[in-house]
Design a protein around this ligand. Structure first.
Ligand code: 5GP
Ligand code: MN
Length: 360
């Protein structure tokens, strides 16, 4: 009897935690007044592209919303249509907090839990708004959201917004600004259409966006060809002096100190993408990039093949992400964090080597 009660309780609990589907949102949205769209701290092209893509789409169907980003955008994303209307939480905290508390619905994009917004976590958690997740990261905290969709096999949240629009039979409402935003995040999250998440549906979406007038070259240049000279010289310095190779573990580690960043006068977003370079080496299938920030050491993990960096980042460095791309953090010193990484690599040596041999 007790056993049956326990099962019934578990079923009820599961039902309670079950997010409602996005399909149920379409009819609800026009009746909702204050809508906020947000995403993770240190927003990337997928976070901004999906948020602005959704913002423009809602506007075309007569629904107003406000995008709030946790911290300042990197300069390579400010060209996106609508970027000027984004409220930056760290700059306008009082205004942003008020909007979050007055919101009836909050879209949480490209995040699987509130804490990925870092400084906005409390404000989102305490808001009475309906919380909606649209995301493609592993291990979502479903119990935090009322509605949503978590699809780790999807290339990007931008692709999921494209699907969200199409499911509402609104393909014809995809304007050029929407196309630019959605293409940008899909392009960066697929590594310019080379990662394994680059499915046929990604290419079908891109073909459709091009038919609507999108010029891919413009987006590539806006994101990848707008470096300042110091950023490129920094990359040269990093690759020649800061890349440590551990051949027996097929691993490369790059660790950047605060002084390095100050010396090259780096801005927000200037270290983005550096983690990918060591993977172009034929004997490397794990690349780890560390940067010393004010409050913590930020880590980026990238891998080839079936080497699962999501698990590595989650188990050792309080992070997560996807199988081949993840982030983590440490409050240890830079030197000690490098030692911790080396220990973690040694512990996982057999698996790292066998994943490498699978590729070779
Ligand atoms: P990046 O190294 O570019 O910061 O992050 C790589 C990928 O992992 C991105 O998709 C990013 O959103 C995700 N990611 C970074 N940090 C975390 C984290 O702490 N938790 C989770 N779940 N994903 C993360
Ligand atoms: Mn993403």
């Amino acid at each position: 009897m007790l056993f049956i009660l326990k099962i019934a309780y578990l079923i009820a609990l599961l039902h309670f935690f079950k997010m409602r589907t996005l399909n149920e949102l379409y009819s609800l949205l026009p009746r909702i007044k204050n809508i906020v769209i947000t995403h993770h701290f240190n927003a990337d092209a997928d976070a901004i592209g999906s948020s602005l893509g959704l913002y423009h789409y809602l506007q075309t169907i007569g629904i107003q919303s406000q995008v709030i980003t946790p911290n300042t955008l990197p300069s390579f994303l400010t060209w996106m249509p609508g970027a000027d209307n984004i409220i930056v939480f760290e700059k306008e905290q009082a205004k942003a907090s008020k909007l979050l508390q007055e919101a009836e619905l909050i879209f949480c994009l490209d995040i699987n839990t509130f804490s990925r917004t870092k400084i906005m976590t409390e404000e989102i958690a305490k808001s009475k708004a309906i919380k909606v997740m649209i995301d493609h990261h592993l291990q979502p905290q479903l119990e935090l959201f009322d509605y949503g969709l978590s699809l780790p096999d999807k290339s990007s949240t931008c692709e999921m917004i494209y699907d969200f629009i199409n499911t509402n039979q609104d393909n014809s409402k995809i304007t050029l600004p929407i196309a630019k935003c959605l293409y940008a995040g899909t392009m960066t999250d697929t590594g310019s259409f080379k990662f394994s998440c680059t499915t046929a549906s990604v290419h079908t979406m891109v073909a459709d966006l091009i038919k609507k007038g999108l010029e891919p070259t413009f987006i590539h240049q806006a994101i990848y060809d707008t470096y300042d000279e110091n950023r490129l010289r920094f990359l040269g310095y990093v690759l020649s002096s800061k890349m440590e190779i551990i051949p027996e573990s097929h691993t490369a580690i790059i660790a950047i100190s605060k002084q390095d960043m100050q010396h090259y006068e780096l801005k927000q977003g200037d270290t983005e993408g550096i983690v990918n370079y060591p993977l172009s080496l034929k004997n490397i299938n794990l690349s780890i990039f560390l940067s010393e920030r004010e409050e913590e050491i930020r880590m980026s993990f990238r891998s080839k093949g079936h080497l699962d960096v999501n698990t590595l980042a989650k188990k050792y460095f309080n992070g997560g992400g996807h199988e081949n791309a993840a982030g983590g953090r440490s409050t240890n010193t830079l030197e000690n964090t490098i030692s911790d990484i080396k220990k973690a690599i040694l512990e996982n040596q057999t698996n790292i080597v066998s994943c490498y041999n699978e590729l070779a």
